[in-house]
Design a binder for this molecule. Structure first.
Ligand code: NDP
Ligand code: NDP
Length: 318
């Protein structure tokens, strides 16, 4: 897409970024998206340092196109992950769930393009001060970790657009070309898509989780654990336990104990649909099929163009 700020920044063909998602986006998904003309991201939050290095190396041999790594700053071993990213010559890093000031200067000093994910305007302003190259504005509809303010994409994106001049990627609630066109209407230069890419052949999510997604209905997900780190989950047995605990006034410590360890892995990677944590967006209700990642990208792109044409037709009637 000529003249598009996101395509120019990353040197990609279509302004569609595949979100970095723990346990779901390894090298196979990232390289498939990049090969199809979008930007694939390896989700490093669930990776031990050696695992991340292997995924970067495999991604480099599976694609000659640009790809990046997402680093959620609340996860363990960030210093080691960043050293590997620099050492392996990764050119694009998306940071999330933390302060953009912590890593931006270091990474930019190594010639890396830095993007930070925000859920509120005040964080977007912080990103500009930190010197990032672009911002992802992620609304309340999104899966996984989410903003405390519960601002929807429809409300967040235009406010971020007004507050900062940087290239802007909209995220949260985008799984179709129509939603992509809506994001552009709100002032975005590109979109980040997560949930739809979890239900692809190349995603490393467990087949049970992929099947659960394509059988989802409206209202099947909810934001929970707001006392710890808010996260949007499918309302399964584990969710109901957390919900009941919150309703009886459980303390932070009790909730942490209930969360235990490696719930996200159990649900999304090992496929335990009752005991595991199933992080997915509201758009899961719109996803009806497990597809190849390239087909998802192609569908998003052609629907986007159709939607723009129909908007032009509406304009002609004005
Ligand atoms: P490979 O084909 O090289 O390896 C797949 C490996 O994953 C196998 O060793 C297999 O172990 C293991 N594995 C498969 N399913 C599970 C599971 N449910 N629980 C635990 N282990 C499992 O795959 P990749 O090159 O794609 O991946 C390389 C490494 O990266 C693997 O160790 C994989 O687990 C990890 N990975 C991590 C992701 C993350 O988000 N943290 C995402 C994708 C992969 P066995 O043969 O013993 O069953
Ligand atoms: P946990 O803290 O429950 O467990 C760590 C998971 O990350 C394990 O599955 C582990 O894999 C994997 N892992 C990957 N790299 C490392 C590493 N370098 N050191 C240790 N473990 C690693 O993980 P969560 O994903 O649930 O949460 C991650 C962070 O987010 C934690 O700091 C947690 O406190 C915070 N948090 C998460 C919430 C949530 O909803 N998940 C809510 C509130 C806070 P393996 O099992 O193979 O060892």
């Amino acid at each position: 897409m000529k003249g598009n700020r996101i395509c120019d920044l990353f040197k990609i063909e279509k302004p569609i970024v595949q979100a970095g998602m723990i346990w779901c986006s390894g090298w196979e998904l990232a390289s498939a998206v990049s090969n199809a003309g979008g930007l694939g991201l390896i989700g490093s939050g669930s990776m031990y340092p050696d695992v991340l290095r292997m995924h970067i190396q495999k991604c480099k041999s599976a694609t000659s196109k640009p790809f990046g790594v997402n680093v959620p700053l609340l996860y363990p071993d960030i210093e080691k992950l960043m050293d590997i990213i620099v050492d392996e010559g990764v050119k694009i890093v998306f940071t999330s769930a933390g302060n953009p000031k912590t890593w931006t200067t270091h990474l930019k000093g190594k010639g890396i393009t830095v993007v930070h994910v925000v859920s509120a305007v005040k964080f977007a302003v912080k990103c500009e001060e930190a010197g990032v190259d672009a911002i992802v504005a992620e609304g309340f509809e999104a899966g996984g970790h989410n903003g405390r303010e519960e601002t929807t994409s429809l409300v967040l994106v235009p406010q971020v657009r007004k507050a900062v001049k940087l290239p802007l990627i909209a995220a949260g609630g985008i799984a179709t070309g129509a939603q992509m066109a809506a994001a552009f209407a709100l002032g975005a230069d590109g979109v980040q898509v997560g949930s739809r890419f979890v239900a692809t052949h190349e995603s490393s999510a467990h087949l049970n989780f992929k099947n659960r997604i394509i059988n989802s209905n409206e209202g099947d997900t909810q934001l929970t654990l707001k006392q710890l780190t808010p996260v949007r989950l499918i309302k399964n047995k584990f969710f109901q336990e957390v919900d009941a605990a919150e309703k009886r006034g459980a303390t932070k410590e009790e909730l942490s104990a209930l969360l235990g360890r490696a719930r996200a892995k159990k649900g999304m990677f090992e496929g335990d649909l009752d005991e595991g944590e199933l992080e997915i967006g509201q758009v899961s209700a719109q996803i009806k099929e497990i597809q190849p990642a390239a087909a998802v990208l192609e569908e998003l792109w052609s629907e986007f163009k159709v939607r723009l044409t129909s908007l032009r037709q509406i304009q002609e009637t004005l």
